[in-house]
Design a protein around this ligand. Structure first.
Ligand code: NAD
Length: 443
């Protein structure tokens, strides 16, 4: 089948590469000339495990191609996937300008039936807006062409995106046209062999399903962080509590890790957007507002602990920082907890010596060269002469470090662990001042 995908970011590029891998002919359209040039040269602009090989192999066969030209894109695919960003607007609601720009570009160039598939995360009612944008643009052209709009939200996780796309938990297809549902089912058939994962539903329910999933996951994290803060006050260890509650199959062990807050391009913006959607229809989504507030506060916890440990005397100090990406196996730093921490440290006059296995280029892109930030290729190098070590991302390489070396390299053996990687008793026995999240110490 022929597929066009607008947006060559985490979602668009993975979708394109996976659809090409199973035999489709995919054309990826982006408005970023630099991105398209790099992709044409075989360079992958983002870090996603396995994506470079998948893109290279499929580009070499000619089944995966890249262009800046939407006219070429509209001509190419029966399926026109929209996978562009939907960042938060000033008031937190989803900014649909990129989605609607693609809808208009499709309508500007459309001369035969097309299925417009929305993969971006968009508020309920967006399919109607996409339909209206296409209808209006066609009318302005004095043209009448048949089309359908489908909601097909994406659930992949950065860091495991290819696996998630190839073996999805579910394939949500929101459409009011049974024929379109069948065509979508055929497109997804290669990823749907083991058991039927296609869930066809009305468009609004499909749009809401994506927000509901992310809001539920964010709620689990904020719930655990709330309890972690309480555990600190009560002298309890949240890691014992986590295991104790996870053993109940109704609760389960997944996604109940406490830490220094969730970040990334999805949870923060999607919780905000859903809460704003609720507000727009006159509904006060109290729980969602609390999930967001708890997370904002949680992202400040490590800085609070550092400030308290040093009795507010931070000016001129140096902190070693392990981890910049919002989670392991990605270079994505959107809304990352590392950013909240670094920015607070810089405001307090602290120098940061940081390392991340893949996100240092992104960090430089975001913050440029600054005198109070030095990036190190090696996590152990970042330690030398720092007053303490802070950990914000649970990359595997940080899980079992050389503690003797850490003790020797730091000015004082002090660790602020935002991901609860180590055993407090063990660290204390080795002479560390060790501050984790919710582990019975109340600073
Ligand atoms: P991204 O920022 O990585 O990529 C978006 C791309 O769209 C960019 O390359 C940009 O240049 C391009 N673009 C913008 N306007 C365009 C236009 N008019 N025509 C063509 N291309 C255009 O974004 P992403 O992380 O891939 O997310 C895309 C959507 O998918 C968002 O709505 C997001 O919420 C959703 N989503 C993301 C994830 C994730 O893990 N990143 C998972 C599920 C869903």
């Amino acid at each position: 089948m022929k597929v066009t995908i607008y947006g060559s970011g985490y979602v668009g590029l993975v979708t394109g590469a996976c659809l090409a891998e199973v035999g489709n002919h995919v054309l990826c359209v982006d408005i970023d000339p630099d991105k398209i040039e790099r992709l044409k040269r075989g360079e992958i602009p983002i870090y996603e495990p396995g994506l470079d090989d998948l893109v290279a192999e499929n580009a070499a066969t000619g089944r995966l191609a890249f262009t800046l030209d939407p006219a070429e894109g509209v001509k190419h695919g029966l399926f026109q996937f929209i996978a562009v960003g939907t960042p938060p607007d000033e008031d937190g609601s989803a900014d649909l300008s990129h989605v609607l720009a693609v809808a208009r570009a499709i309508a500007d160039n459309m001369s035969e039936y097309r299925i417009v598939v929305n993969k971006s995360t968009v508020p309920v009612g967006t399919a109607d807006k996409v339909k209206a944008a296409i209808t209006d643009t066609l009318a302005q052209r004095g043209s009448q062409v048949d089309f359908d709009v489908v909601s097909n939200p994406e659930f992949l996780k950065e860091g495991a995106a290819i696996d998630d796309f190839m073996k999805p938990d579910r394939i949500i297809v929101g459409t009011d046209n049974p024929r379109t549902a069948e065509l979508m089912r055929a497109l997804y058939a290669p990823f749907n062999r083991n058991h039927d994962r296609v869930m066809a539903m009305d468009i609004r329910s499909a749009e809401l399903t994506k927000y509901a999933a992310n809001a539920m996951l964010a709620t689990k994290i904020s719930f655990m962080n709330e309890l972690a803060n309480l555990a600190e006050k009560l002298g309890a260890d949240i890691e014992h509590v986590r295991q104790g509650i996870g053993s109940d199959p109704r609760i389960g062990y997944h996604f109940i890790y406490p830490g220094c807050g969730y970040g990334g391009s999805c949870f923060p913006k999607d919780v905000k957007a859903l809460e704003r959607t609720a507000r727009q229809v006159g509904f006060k989504a109290q729980l969602l507002a609390a999930v967001e507030d708890v997370n904002e506060r949680q992202k400040e916890r490590l800085f609070d602990k550092i400030r308290t440990h040093f009795n507010g005397d931070l000016k001129g100090r140096t902190i070693a920082l392990w981890g910049l990406s919002f989670k392991p196996n990605t270079d994505d730093m959107r809304e990352a907890s590392s950013r909240t921490l670094m920015e607070a440290l810089w405001d307090a006059g602290v120098h940061v010596r940081a390392h991340d296995p893949v996100a240092m280029e992104e960090c430089t892109r975001l913050y440029g060269e600054r005198p109070d930030l030095t990036l190190y290729e090696d996590h152990e190098e970042a330690l030398a002469g720092a007053d303490a070590l802070a950990i914000v991302t649970e990359w595997n390489v940080f899980r079992s470090p050389d503690f003797d070396l850490i003790r020797k390299q730091l000015k004082t053996p002090t660790i602020f662990d935002g991901r609860n990687l180590y055993e407090p008793r063990h660290l204390e026995d080795m002479g560390f001042a060790y501050y984790a999240i919710g582990r019975g110490r109340s600073i």
